[in-house]
Design a protein around this ligand. Structure first.
Ligand SMILES: Nc1nc2c(c(=O)[nH]1)N[C@H]1C(S)=C(S)[C@@H](COP(=O)(O)O)O[C@H]1N2
Ligand SMILES: [Mo]
Length: 520
Protein backbone atom coordinates (compact mmCIF):
# COMPACT_ATOMS: atom_id res chain seq x y z
CA UNK A 1 0.00 0.00 0.00
CA UNK A 2 1.28 3.47 -0.78
CA UNK A 3 1.85 5.95 2.00
CA UNK A 4 -0.87 8.37 3.03
CA UNK A 5 1.07 11.41 2.00
CA UNK A 6 1.85 9.96 -1.36
CA UNK A 7 -1.77 9.06 -2.03
CA UNK A 8 -2.81 12.55 -1.01
CA UNK A 9 -0.15 14.17 -3.16
CA UNK A 10 -0.97 12.09 -6.24
CA UNK A 11 -4.67 12.86 -5.72
CA UNK A 12 -3.89 16.53 -5.33
CA UNK A 13 -1.94 16.68 -8.56
CA UNK A 14 -4.54 14.68 -10.50
CA UNK A 15 -7.32 16.83 -9.01
CA UNK A 16 -5.47 20.01 -9.88
CA UNK A 17 -5.03 18.96 -13.49
CA UNK A 18 -8.66 17.77 -13.59
CA UNK A 19 -9.83 21.13 -12.22
CA UNK A 20 -7.85 22.91 -14.91
CA UNK A 21 -9.28 20.59 -17.59
CA UNK A 22 -12.80 21.28 -16.33
CA UNK A 23 -12.22 25.04 -16.38
CA UNK A 24 -10.87 24.81 -19.92
CA UNK A 25 -14.00 22.91 -20.97
CA UNK A 26 -16.18 25.62 -19.43
CA UNK A 27 -14.29 28.34 -21.24
CA UNK A 28 -14.65 26.42 -24.51
CA UNK A 29 -18.39 25.98 -23.96
CA UNK A 30 -18.69 29.70 -23.30
CA UNK A 31 -16.57 30.69 -26.28
CA UNK A 32 -17.96 28.31 -28.91
CA UNK A 33 -21.56 27.74 -27.84
CA UNK A 34 -22.24 30.82 -25.70
CA UNK A 35 -23.24 28.50 -22.87
CA UNK A 36 -23.56 29.92 -19.36
CA UNK A 37 -20.97 28.52 -16.94
CA UNK A 38 -20.55 28.90 -13.18
CA UNK A 39 -17.63 31.25 -13.93
CA UNK A 40 -20.15 33.98 -14.62
CA UNK A 41 -23.56 32.90 -13.33
CA UNK A 42 -22.22 32.24 -9.85
CA UNK A 43 -21.61 35.98 -9.65
CA UNK A 44 -25.15 36.68 -10.89
CA UNK A 45 -26.49 34.32 -8.26
CA UNK A 46 -24.50 35.82 -5.40
CA UNK A 47 -24.87 39.49 -6.24
CA UNK A 48 -28.58 39.53 -5.41
CA UNK A 49 -27.59 38.81 -1.81
CA UNK A 50 -25.40 41.90 -1.56
CA UNK A 51 -27.43 45.00 -0.78
CA UNK A 52 -26.53 48.31 -2.48
CA UNK A 53 -24.47 49.82 0.40
CA UNK A 54 -21.99 46.95 0.81
CA UNK A 55 -22.12 46.45 -2.95
CA UNK A 56 -20.86 50.00 -3.49
CA UNK A 57 -18.34 49.55 -0.71
CA UNK A 58 -16.92 46.40 -2.28
CA UNK A 59 -17.00 48.06 -5.68
CA UNK A 60 -15.06 51.01 -4.24
CA UNK A 61 -12.54 48.67 -2.65
CA UNK A 62 -11.82 46.75 -5.85
CA UNK A 63 -11.97 49.83 -8.09
CA UNK A 64 -15.31 49.76 -9.89
CA UNK A 65 -17.86 47.44 -11.42
CA UNK A 66 -15.48 46.14 -14.07
CA UNK A 67 -12.88 45.14 -11.50
CA UNK A 68 -15.56 43.55 -9.38
CA UNK A 69 -16.64 41.42 -12.34
CA UNK A 70 -13.04 40.44 -13.08
CA UNK A 71 -12.51 39.56 -9.45
CA UNK A 72 -15.71 37.51 -9.50
CA UNK A 73 -14.70 35.48 -12.54
CA UNK A 74 -11.10 34.91 -11.48
CA UNK A 75 -12.05 33.88 -7.97
CA UNK A 76 -14.68 31.47 -9.35
CA UNK A 77 -11.96 30.04 -11.57
CA UNK A 78 -9.37 29.65 -8.82
CA UNK A 79 -12.06 28.50 -6.42
CA UNK A 80 -13.19 25.63 -8.59
CA UNK A 81 -9.63 24.55 -9.41
CA UNK A 82 -8.81 24.57 -5.70
CA UNK A 83 -11.96 22.61 -4.98
CA UNK A 84 -10.94 20.17 -7.70
CA UNK A 85 -7.49 19.72 -6.15
CA UNK A 86 -9.05 19.10 -2.75
CA UNK A 87 -11.53 16.65 -4.25
CA UNK A 88 -8.61 14.88 -5.87
CA UNK A 89 -6.82 14.64 -2.55
CA UNK A 90 -9.83 13.05 -0.91
CA UNK A 91 -10.12 10.70 -3.86
CA UNK A 92 -6.47 9.70 -3.43
CA UNK A 93 -6.95 8.98 0.26
CA UNK A 94 -10.05 6.87 -0.35
CA UNK A 95 -8.36 4.94 -3.14
CA UNK A 96 -5.42 4.16 -0.94
CA UNK A 97 -7.72 2.22 1.38
CA UNK A 98 -9.93 0.63 -1.23
CA UNK A 99 -7.44 -0.11 -3.98
CA UNK A 100 -10.04 0.75 -6.56
CA UNK A 101 -13.33 2.58 -6.85
CA UNK A 102 -16.00 1.39 -9.19
CA UNK A 103 -16.88 3.77 -11.96
CA UNK A 104 -20.40 4.29 -10.73
CA UNK A 105 -19.03 5.63 -7.44
CA UNK A 106 -16.61 8.09 -8.94
CA UNK A 107 -19.37 9.15 -11.33
CA UNK A 108 -21.76 9.62 -8.44
CA UNK A 109 -19.30 11.66 -6.37
CA UNK A 110 -17.65 13.74 -9.06
CA UNK A 111 -20.39 14.14 -11.68
CA UNK A 112 -23.87 13.52 -10.28
CA UNK A 113 -23.33 15.11 -6.87
CA UNK A 114 -21.77 18.37 -8.11
CA UNK A 115 -24.44 18.53 -10.79
CA UNK A 116 -27.24 18.30 -8.23
CA UNK A 117 -25.54 20.75 -5.88
CA UNK A 118 -24.94 23.32 -8.58
CA UNK A 119 -28.41 22.87 -10.04
CA UNK A 120 -29.91 23.64 -6.65
CA UNK A 121 -27.58 26.55 -5.87
CA UNK A 122 -27.76 28.11 -9.31
CA UNK A 123 -31.39 27.29 -10.13
CA UNK A 124 -32.62 30.88 -10.59
CA UNK A 125 -29.85 31.72 -13.07
CA UNK A 126 -29.61 28.46 -15.04
CA UNK A 127 -31.94 29.75 -17.76
CA UNK A 128 -29.16 31.84 -19.28
CA UNK A 129 -27.82 31.60 -22.81
CA UNK A 130 -25.72 34.30 -24.42
CA UNK A 131 -26.77 33.20 -27.89
CA UNK A 132 -30.41 33.88 -27.10
CA UNK A 133 -31.78 30.39 -26.47
CA UNK A 134 -35.22 30.62 -24.77
CA UNK A 135 -35.12 30.27 -20.98
CA UNK A 136 -36.37 26.67 -20.59
CA UNK A 137 -34.08 25.35 -23.30
CA UNK A 138 -31.22 27.42 -21.89
CA UNK A 139 -31.69 25.80 -18.49
CA UNK A 140 -31.21 22.34 -20.02
CA UNK A 141 -28.22 23.49 -22.05
CA UNK A 142 -26.58 25.00 -18.97
CA UNK A 143 -27.11 21.74 -17.06
CA UNK A 144 -25.73 19.78 -19.99
CA UNK A 145 -22.69 22.08 -20.04
CA UNK A 146 -22.19 21.48 -16.32
CA UNK A 147 -22.52 17.73 -16.78
CA UNK A 148 -19.92 17.73 -19.56
CA UNK A 149 -17.56 19.85 -17.47
CA UNK A 150 -17.89 17.60 -14.42
CA UNK A 151 -17.47 14.52 -16.60
CA UNK A 152 -14.17 15.92 -17.86
CA UNK A 153 -13.15 16.54 -14.28
CA UNK A 154 -14.02 13.02 -13.22
CA UNK A 155 -12.29 11.30 -16.17
CA UNK A 156 -9.15 13.41 -15.86
CA UNK A 157 -8.98 12.78 -12.13
CA UNK A 158 -9.52 9.03 -12.34
CA UNK A 159 -7.25 8.46 -15.31
CA UNK A 160 -4.66 10.91 -14.06
CA UNK A 161 -4.51 9.25 -10.65
CA UNK A 162 -4.33 5.80 -12.19
CA UNK A 163 -1.56 6.99 -14.47
CA UNK A 164 0.42 8.33 -11.52
CA UNK A 165 0.02 5.30 -9.30
CA UNK A 166 -0.27 2.32 -11.58
CA UNK A 167 2.52 -0.19 -11.27
CA UNK A 168 3.55 0.35 -14.80
CA UNK A 169 5.04 -2.44 -16.91
CA UNK A 170 4.65 -5.89 -15.35
CA UNK A 171 8.44 -6.27 -15.12
CA UNK A 172 8.65 -3.76 -12.28
CA UNK A 173 6.53 -5.32 -9.59
CA UNK A 174 6.15 -3.98 -6.11
CA UNK A 175 4.36 -1.01 -4.58
CA UNK A 176 4.56 2.29 -6.43
CA UNK A 177 6.69 4.48 -4.20
CA UNK A 178 8.53 7.63 -5.08
CA UNK A 179 10.57 6.08 -7.77
CA UNK A 180 12.13 7.73 -10.80
CA UNK A 181 9.21 6.07 -12.55
CA UNK A 182 6.63 8.06 -10.58
CA UNK A 183 8.62 11.25 -10.80
CA UNK A 184 8.53 11.00 -14.55
CA UNK A 185 4.80 10.41 -14.57
CA UNK A 186 4.14 13.29 -12.23
CA UNK A 187 6.22 15.44 -14.52
CA UNK A 188 4.20 14.32 -17.55
CA UNK A 189 0.85 14.93 -15.87
CA UNK A 190 2.05 18.29 -14.59
CA UNK A 191 3.08 19.22 -18.11
CA UNK A 192 -0.36 18.25 -19.37
CA UNK A 193 -1.84 20.50 -16.68
CA UNK A 194 0.33 23.39 -17.82
CA UNK A 195 -0.68 22.85 -21.44
CA UNK A 196 -4.35 22.81 -20.49
CA UNK A 197 -3.87 25.95 -18.40
CA UNK A 198 -2.19 27.61 -21.38
CA UNK A 199 -5.13 26.68 -23.60
CA UNK A 200 -7.52 28.00 -20.97
CA UNK A 201 -5.60 31.26 -20.74
CA UNK A 202 -5.72 31.65 -24.53
CA UNK A 203 -9.49 31.26 -24.59
CA UNK A 204 -9.90 33.48 -21.55
CA UNK A 205 -7.97 36.16 -23.45
CA UNK A 206 -10.31 35.81 -26.43
CA UNK A 207 -13.30 36.13 -24.12
CA UNK A 208 -11.68 39.09 -22.39
CA UNK A 209 -11.43 40.88 -25.72
CA UNK A 210 -15.19 40.63 -26.35
CA UNK A 211 -16.05 41.21 -22.69
CA UNK A 212 -17.98 44.25 -21.52
CA UNK A 213 -15.03 45.80 -19.64
CA UNK A 214 -14.20 48.10 -22.54
CA UNK A 215 -17.63 49.72 -22.68
CA UNK A 216 -19.63 49.05 -19.52
CA UNK A 217 -20.22 52.42 -17.88
CA UNK A 218 -19.87 54.45 -21.10
CA UNK A 219 -21.20 57.94 -20.45
CA UNK A 220 -22.65 60.54 -22.79
CA UNK A 221 -22.18 64.17 -21.76
CA UNK A 222 -20.13 67.28 -22.26
CA UNK A 223 -19.39 69.54 -25.22
CA UNK A 224 -20.70 68.13 -28.49
CA UNK A 225 -23.78 66.59 -26.91
CA UNK A 226 -26.56 66.15 -29.45
CA UNK A 227 -30.32 65.96 -28.89
CA UNK A 228 -30.39 62.41 -30.22
CA UNK A 229 -27.49 60.30 -29.00
CA UNK A 230 -25.71 58.40 -31.78
CA UNK A 231 -25.94 54.65 -31.12
CA UNK A 232 -22.17 54.24 -30.73
CA UNK A 233 -22.13 56.89 -28.01
CA UNK A 234 -25.29 55.88 -26.16
CA UNK A 235 -24.53 55.28 -22.48
CA UNK A 236 -24.18 51.66 -21.54
CA UNK A 237 -24.67 49.63 -18.38
CA UNK A 238 -24.66 45.86 -18.13
CA UNK A 239 -24.39 43.35 -15.33
CA UNK A 240 -22.62 40.91 -17.65
CA UNK A 241 -18.99 39.98 -18.09
CA UNK A 242 -19.65 39.02 -21.71
CA UNK A 243 -22.87 40.40 -23.16
CA UNK A 244 -25.27 38.26 -25.19
CA UNK A 245 -24.91 38.28 -28.95
CA UNK A 246 -28.29 36.88 -29.78
CA UNK A 247 -28.89 34.68 -32.81
CA UNK A 248 -32.17 35.96 -34.21
CA UNK A 249 -33.06 32.43 -35.34
CA UNK A 250 -32.64 30.85 -31.90
CA UNK A 251 -34.36 33.63 -30.05
CA UNK A 252 -38.00 34.00 -29.25
CA UNK A 253 -40.20 36.15 -27.08
CA UNK A 254 -42.69 34.51 -24.72
CA UNK A 255 -45.71 36.10 -23.12
CA UNK A 256 -46.51 33.91 -20.11
CA UNK A 257 -47.68 33.85 -16.49
CA UNK A 258 -51.11 35.04 -15.48
CA UNK A 259 -52.54 34.98 -18.99
CA UNK A 260 -55.25 32.92 -20.60
CA UNK A 261 -53.38 32.45 -23.88
CA UNK A 262 -49.60 32.24 -23.49
CA UNK A 263 -47.90 33.14 -26.71
CA UNK A 264 -44.50 32.71 -28.31
CA UNK A 265 -43.28 35.09 -31.01
CA UNK A 266 -40.43 34.50 -33.41
CA UNK A 267 -38.47 37.45 -34.69
CA UNK A 268 -40.14 37.12 -38.09
CA UNK A 269 -43.60 37.43 -36.52
CA UNK A 270 -42.87 41.05 -35.69
CA UNK A 271 -42.29 41.96 -39.33
CA UNK A 272 -46.02 42.14 -39.96
CA UNK A 273 -46.97 43.89 -36.73
CA UNK A 274 -47.79 47.53 -36.28
CA UNK A 275 -44.85 49.51 -34.93
CA UNK A 276 -44.51 52.97 -33.46
CA UNK A 277 -41.58 55.39 -33.43
CA UNK A 278 -40.97 57.01 -30.11
CA UNK A 279 -38.19 59.23 -28.86
CA UNK A 280 -37.40 58.31 -25.27
CA UNK A 281 -34.61 59.19 -22.85
CA UNK A 282 -33.09 56.57 -20.55
CA UNK A 283 -31.17 57.22 -17.34
CA UNK A 284 -29.50 54.75 -14.99
CA UNK A 285 -30.59 54.73 -11.35
CA UNK A 286 -26.97 55.18 -10.28
CA UNK A 287 -26.38 58.22 -12.47
CA UNK A 288 -24.56 60.89 -10.45
CA UNK A 289 -25.60 64.57 -10.62
CA UNK A 290 -22.71 65.36 -12.94
CA UNK A 291 -22.58 62.00 -14.73
CA UNK A 292 -23.60 60.90 -18.19
CA UNK A 293 -25.39 57.61 -17.67
CA UNK A 294 -28.26 59.13 -19.65
CA UNK A 295 -28.98 59.24 -23.37
CA UNK A 296 -31.79 59.79 -25.82
CA UNK A 297 -32.81 57.81 -28.90
CA UNK A 298 -35.70 57.20 -31.25
CA UNK A 299 -36.98 53.69 -30.61
CA UNK A 300 -39.19 51.76 -32.96
CA UNK A 301 -41.21 48.93 -31.54
CA UNK A 302 -44.47 47.28 -30.66
CA UNK A 303 -46.53 48.59 -27.76
CA UNK A 304 -46.20 46.00 -24.99
CA UNK A 305 -49.94 46.37 -24.42
CA UNK A 306 -50.61 44.81 -27.83
CA UNK A 307 -48.68 41.68 -26.82
CA UNK A 308 -50.30 41.56 -23.40
CA UNK A 309 -53.82 42.03 -24.71
CA UNK A 310 -53.31 39.26 -27.27
CA UNK A 311 -52.52 36.95 -24.35
CA UNK A 312 -55.62 37.94 -22.31
CA UNK A 313 -54.26 38.75 -18.84
CA UNK A 314 -56.09 37.04 -15.97
CA UNK A 315 -57.48 38.74 -12.86
CA UNK A 316 -54.73 39.23 -10.27
CA UNK A 317 -52.25 40.53 -12.85
CA UNK A 318 -50.49 43.30 -10.96
CA UNK A 319 -46.90 43.32 -12.16
CA UNK A 320 -45.04 42.27 -15.25
CA UNK A 321 -41.64 40.66 -14.92
CA UNK A 322 -39.37 41.16 -17.89
CA UNK A 323 -36.63 38.58 -18.52
CA UNK A 324 -33.47 38.98 -20.58
CA UNK A 325 -31.60 36.02 -22.05
CA UNK A 326 -28.80 36.87 -19.59
CA UNK A 327 -31.04 35.94 -16.61
CA UNK A 328 -31.49 39.64 -15.88
CA UNK A 329 -35.02 40.44 -14.75
CA UNK A 330 -36.95 43.49 -13.70
CA UNK A 331 -40.56 44.26 -12.99
CA UNK A 332 -42.98 47.04 -13.80
CA UNK A 333 -46.53 47.65 -12.60
CA UNK A 334 -49.07 45.98 -14.89
CA UNK A 335 -50.66 49.36 -15.56
CA UNK A 336 -47.31 50.75 -16.72
CA UNK A 337 -46.78 47.76 -19.01
CA UNK A 338 -50.19 48.51 -20.56
CA UNK A 339 -49.32 52.19 -21.09
CA UNK A 340 -49.26 52.83 -24.86
CA UNK A 341 -45.76 54.36 -24.51
CA UNK A 342 -44.26 51.18 -23.04
CA UNK A 343 -42.63 49.39 -25.95
CA UNK A 344 -40.89 46.26 -27.00
CA UNK A 345 -38.30 48.06 -29.12
CA UNK A 346 -36.62 46.39 -32.08
CA UNK A 347 -34.90 49.40 -33.59
CA UNK A 348 -32.82 52.27 -32.29
CA UNK A 349 -32.29 55.43 -34.34
CA UNK A 350 -33.31 53.71 -37.55
CA UNK A 351 -31.24 50.53 -37.30
CA UNK A 352 -31.80 47.22 -35.55
CA UNK A 353 -30.73 47.33 -31.92
CA UNK A 354 -26.96 47.09 -31.51
CA UNK A 355 -25.94 43.96 -29.57
CA UNK A 356 -24.91 45.88 -26.49
CA UNK A 357 -28.24 47.71 -26.38
CA UNK A 358 -30.29 44.53 -26.47
CA UNK A 359 -30.59 42.97 -29.94
CA UNK A 360 -33.11 41.83 -31.00
CA UNK A 361 -35.57 43.34 -28.54
CA UNK A 362 -35.60 45.43 -25.39
CA UNK A 363 -38.23 47.02 -23.18
CA UNK A 364 -38.72 50.77 -23.23
CA UNK A 365 -40.48 51.99 -20.09
CA UNK A 366 -40.60 55.81 -20.29
CA UNK A 367 -39.99 57.70 -17.08
CA UNK A 368 -38.63 54.70 -15.19
CA UNK A 369 -34.93 54.23 -14.50
CA UNK A 370 -32.78 52.44 -17.09
CA UNK A 371 -32.90 49.22 -15.02
CA UNK A 372 -36.46 48.57 -16.17
CA UNK A 373 -35.58 48.80 -19.85
CA UNK A 374 -34.63 45.12 -20.03
CA UNK A 375 -32.29 44.28 -22.91
CA UNK A 376 -32.21 41.01 -24.87
CA UNK A 377 -35.83 40.58 -23.78
CA UNK A 378 -37.04 36.99 -24.10
CA UNK A 379 -39.98 36.65 -21.72
CA UNK A 380 -42.79 38.92 -20.58
CA UNK A 381 -44.28 37.29 -17.51
CA UNK A 382 -47.51 38.57 -16.03
CA UNK A 383 -47.34 38.12 -12.24
CA UNK A 384 -48.74 39.01 -8.86
CA UNK A 385 -47.86 42.08 -6.84
CA UNK A 386 -44.83 40.67 -4.99
CA UNK A 387 -42.64 39.79 -7.99
CA UNK A 388 -39.08 41.14 -7.87
CA UNK A 389 -36.29 41.66 -10.39
CA UNK A 390 -32.47 41.42 -10.25
CA UNK A 391 -31.71 44.85 -8.78
CA UNK A 392 -34.95 44.94 -6.79
CA UNK A 393 -33.84 41.75 -5.05
CA UNK A 394 -30.50 43.48 -4.36
CA UNK A 395 -32.42 46.21 -2.55
CA UNK A 396 -32.69 49.03 -5.06
CA UNK A 397 -35.80 51.17 -5.06
CA UNK A 398 -38.53 51.29 -3.85
CA UNK A 399 -39.07 54.31 -6.09
CA UNK A 400 -38.06 53.70 -9.71
CA UNK A 401 -39.62 56.80 -11.25
CA UNK A 402 -37.02 59.26 -12.50
CA UNK A 403 -37.00 62.51 -10.50
CA UNK A 404 -36.40 65.73 -12.41
CA UNK A 405 -32.71 66.33 -13.05
CA UNK A 406 -30.55 68.79 -14.97
CA UNK A 407 -26.89 69.07 -15.83
CA UNK A 408 -24.40 71.66 -17.09
CA UNK A 409 -22.37 70.23 -19.98
CA UNK A 410 -20.52 73.38 -21.07
CA UNK A 411 -18.28 74.88 -19.73
CA UNK A 412 -16.50 72.19 -17.75
CA UNK A 413 -16.11 72.29 -14.00
CA UNK A 414 -12.99 74.16 -12.87
CA UNK A 415 -12.63 75.99 -16.17
CA UNK A 416 -10.43 79.11 -16.26
CA UNK A 417 -11.77 81.77 -18.61
CA UNK A 418 -10.25 85.19 -19.37
CA UNK A 419 -12.57 88.10 -18.60
CA UNK A 420 -11.78 89.56 -22.01
CA UNK A 421 -12.94 86.35 -23.68
CA UNK A 422 -16.19 86.54 -21.71
CA UNK A 423 -17.08 89.97 -23.08
CA UNK A 424 -19.61 88.62 -25.56
CA UNK A 425 -20.85 86.13 -23.01
CA UNK A 426 -19.97 82.58 -22.21
CA UNK A 427 -22.31 79.97 -23.67
CA UNK A 428 -23.54 77.68 -20.90
CA UNK A 429 -25.32 74.55 -22.10
CA UNK A 430 -26.76 71.38 -20.77
CA UNK A 431 -29.62 68.94 -20.51
CA UNK A 432 -32.71 68.67 -18.32
CA UNK A 433 -34.76 65.54 -17.87
CA UNK A 434 -38.14 65.16 -16.22
CA UNK A 435 -38.81 61.45 -16.65
CA UNK A 436 -42.05 60.95 -18.54
CA UNK A 437 -43.30 64.38 -17.45
CA UNK A 438 -41.28 66.45 -19.89
CA UNK A 439 -39.50 69.74 -19.15
CA UNK A 440 -41.36 73.06 -18.99
CA UNK A 441 -38.65 75.42 -17.78
CA UNK A 442 -34.94 75.60 -17.02
CA UNK A 443 -33.31 78.23 -14.80
CA UNK A 444 -29.69 79.18 -14.44
CA UNK A 445 -27.80 80.76 -11.57
CA UNK A 446 -24.25 82.11 -11.59
CA UNK A 447 -24.23 82.82 -7.85
CA UNK A 448 -24.78 79.40 -6.31
CA UNK A 449 -28.56 79.70 -6.40
CA UNK A 450 -28.99 83.18 -4.88
CA UNK A 451 -30.66 84.47 -8.02
CA UNK A 452 -32.07 82.72 -11.06
CA UNK A 453 -32.59 83.57 -14.71
CA UNK A 454 -34.59 81.70 -17.31
CA UNK A 455 -32.45 79.67 -19.64
CA UNK A 456 -33.35 79.19 -23.26
CA UNK A 457 -34.79 75.85 -24.33
CA UNK A 458 -33.01 74.97 -27.57
CA UNK A 459 -34.46 71.52 -27.93
CA UNK A 460 -37.76 70.94 -26.10
CA UNK A 461 -37.94 67.21 -26.91
CA UNK A 462 -41.16 65.52 -25.91
CA UNK A 463 -42.80 64.54 -22.64
CA UNK A 464 -40.66 61.39 -22.71
CA UNK A 465 -37.30 62.99 -23.40
CA UNK A 466 -34.72 65.36 -22.09
CA UNK A 467 -34.58 68.96 -23.21
CA UNK A 468 -31.43 70.84 -24.24
CA UNK A 469 -30.99 74.29 -22.74
CA UNK A 470 -28.51 77.15 -22.98
CA UNK A 471 -27.77 80.48 -21.37
CA UNK A 472 -25.52 83.29 -22.50
CA UNK A 473 -23.70 84.14 -19.30
CA UNK A 474 -22.01 87.51 -19.04
CA UNK A 475 -19.85 87.67 -15.92
CA UNK A 476 -18.82 91.20 -15.08
CA UNK A 477 -15.78 90.69 -12.88
CA UNK A 478 -12.92 88.35 -12.47
CA UNK A 479 -14.03 86.00 -9.71
CA UNK A 480 -14.79 82.38 -8.85
CA UNK A 481 -18.38 81.58 -9.75
CA UNK A 482 -20.56 78.67 -8.76
CA UNK A 483 -22.94 77.89 -11.60
CA UNK A 484 -26.13 75.95 -10.91
CA UNK A 485 -29.03 74.77 -13.02
CA UNK A 486 -32.54 73.71 -12.07
CA UNK A 487 -35.42 72.48 -14.15
CA UNK A 488 -39.18 72.27 -13.80
CA UNK A 489 -40.95 69.24 -15.20
CA UNK A 490 -43.98 69.33 -17.48
CA UNK A 491 -46.24 69.64 -14.46
CA UNK A 492 -44.39 72.80 -13.39
CA UNK A 493 -42.79 71.12 -10.38
CA UNK A 494 -39.30 72.47 -9.80
CA UNK A 495 -36.53 69.97 -9.25
CA UNK A 496 -35.46 69.70 -5.62
CA UNK A 497 -33.22 67.83 -3.25
CA UNK A 498 -35.52 65.18 -1.83
CA UNK A 499 -34.17 64.66 1.64
CA UNK A 500 -36.22 61.57 2.35
CA UNK A 501 -35.45 59.79 -0.87
CA UNK A 502 -33.19 56.78 -0.31
CA UNK A 503 -30.11 56.77 -2.56
CA UNK A 504 -31.34 53.37 -3.73
CA UNK A 505 -34.16 55.26 -5.46
CA UNK A 506 -31.70 57.45 -7.37
CA UNK A 507 -30.14 60.65 -6.06
CA UNK A 508 -31.67 64.12 -6.32
CA UNK A 509 -30.15 67.57 -6.03
CA UNK A 510 -28.45 70.17 -8.19
CA UNK A 511 -25.51 69.99 -10.50
CA UNK A 512 -23.05 72.74 -9.65
CA UNK A 513 -19.78 73.65 -11.26
CA UNK A 514 -17.11 76.21 -10.42
CA UNK A 515 -15.76 78.52 -13.11
CA UNK A 516 -12.85 80.91 -12.57
CA UNK A 517 -13.00 84.19 -14.46
CA UNK A 518 -9.66 85.94 -14.37
CA UNK A 519 -8.83 89.48 -15.45
CA UNK A 520 -5.32 88.87 -16.79
N1 LIG B 1 -30.84 42.08 -19.91
C1 LIG B 1 -30.32 43.17 -19.32
N2 LIG B 1 -31.00 44.33 -19.40
C2 LIG B 1 -30.52 45.45 -18.81
C3 LIG B 1 -29.32 45.42 -18.07
C4 LIG B 1 -28.62 44.19 -18.00
O1 LIG B 1 -27.54 44.07 -17.39
N3 LIG B 1 -29.15 43.09 -18.63
N4 LIG B 1 -28.89 46.59 -17.46
C5 LIG B 1 -29.92 47.59 -17.15
C6 LIG B 1 -29.40 48.86 -16.69
S1 LIG B 1 -28.81 48.92 -15.10
C7 LIG B 1 -29.50 50.00 -17.44
S2 LIG B 1 -29.12 51.52 -16.79
C8 LIG B 1 -29.93 49.94 -18.86
C9 LIG B 1 -28.87 50.51 -19.76
O2 LIG B 1 -29.26 50.41 -21.09
P1 LIG B 1 -28.22 50.78 -22.24
O3 LIG B 1 -26.95 50.04 -21.96
O4 LIG B 1 -28.85 50.40 -23.53
O5 LIG B 1 -28.01 52.27 -22.13
O6 LIG B 1 -30.20 48.61 -19.28
C10 LIG B 1 -30.85 47.82 -18.31
N5 LIG B 1 -31.25 46.59 -18.94
MO1 LIG C 1 -28.62 51.13 -14.52
Amino acid sequence: MMSRSKAALCGLLAGLVAGIAMTLVMLLLAWIFQIATPLVILGDRLSVFISPKPFFWIMGRVGGYNHLKQLGVSSSMFGQILLGAMGGMVYGLILRKRQRIEYRWSFLIFVALPLVVSAVLLWPVLGTHYGGMPIDAARLITLLGLAISFLFFERTLVLGFAFLTSRGPAKTPGPPEFTPHLDRRAFLLGTLGLLLAGGGAAIARKLFRIATFSYDGTQYKGAGLQAITPNEQFYCVTKNVVDPRVDGGLWHLEVTGLVRHPHTYRLLDFKTMEMVDQETTLMCISNGLDAGLMSNAVWRGIPMADLLEAASPLPGAERVRLHGVDNYTDTVPFQKAMDPATLVALMMNGVKLPDRHGFPARAIVPGYFGEKHVKWLTRIEVTKADAKGFYEAQGWGPNFIVPTRSRIDVPYNESWIKLADAAKGIPVKGVAYGGARGISRVEFSADDGESWDDAQIDYPGTKLTWALWSFNWEPEDGDDYTLVVRAADGEGKVQEFEENRAFTSGITGFHKIVVHIFAH
